[in-house]
Design a protein around this ligand. Structure first.
Ligand code: S3P
Length: 173
């Protein structure tokens, strides 16, 4: 079988709950948790905001692509990806090839609520993060849908509910 169905690959916008759900899911399914942002930070020894400052978004995207490739070499993982991972066609192809892609679909309102308490996302450090999230969704929404095998609506759901829904969907898949 060409496709490695042991990996569960979470995609979706900032504030969709990817990292928290991936941790829970990995724990429930006895899989290894991985996160592309974490891998970038481990490799560079600095945080994402610093990379954006020093190298711009383009520099970050290159590092993110390398981190994704490394993560996807692994097996039996639940991988949480950065919200912009779908921008590169190369990334989209890799994700589709190496596991079951699960899209955490989230309203702008929930994204705003879930990202409001943190200031670690460089793209949202501006006067109108809601407008930014809307613009990002316009370009990225179709890309998430393009590669998703399973789509879960995350609004008003607990992490446990999302995790259970994903497990059910994967079993039925
Ligand atoms: C980004 C999302 C972030 C992180 C970086 C850029 C984006 O990850 O990769 O700040 O472009 O949407 P999360 O989606 O985990 O917040």
């Amino acid at each position: 079988m060409a496709k490695n169905i042991n990996n569960i690959l979470l995609i979706g916008p900032m504030g969709s709950g990817k990292t928290s759900v991936a941790k829970l899911l990995a724990n429930n399914l006895d899989k290894k948790f991985l996160d592309t942002d974490e891998e970038v930070m481990k490799k560079t020894g600095v945080d994402i905001a610093y990379i954006f400052d020093m190298e711009g978004e383009e520099g970050f995207r290159k590092r993110e692509c390398l981190a994704l490739k490394e993560c996807l070499n692994d097996n039996n993982t639940v991988l949480s990806t950065g919200g912009g991972i779908v921008l590169y066609k190369e990334n989209r192809d890799l994700l589709q090839d190496r596991g079951t892609v699960v899209y955490l679909q989230t309203s702008i309102r929930s994204q705003v609520e879930r990202t409001a308490s943190t200031n670690n996302r460089p793209l949202l450090q501006n006067k109108d993060p809601e407008e930014t999230l809307k613009k990002l969704m316009l370009t990225r929404g179709p890309l998430y849908k393009e590669i998703a095998e399973i789509t879960i609506m995350t609004d008003n759901k607990s992490l446990q509910e999302m995790s259970e829904e994903i497990q059910r969907a994967i079993n039925e898949h």
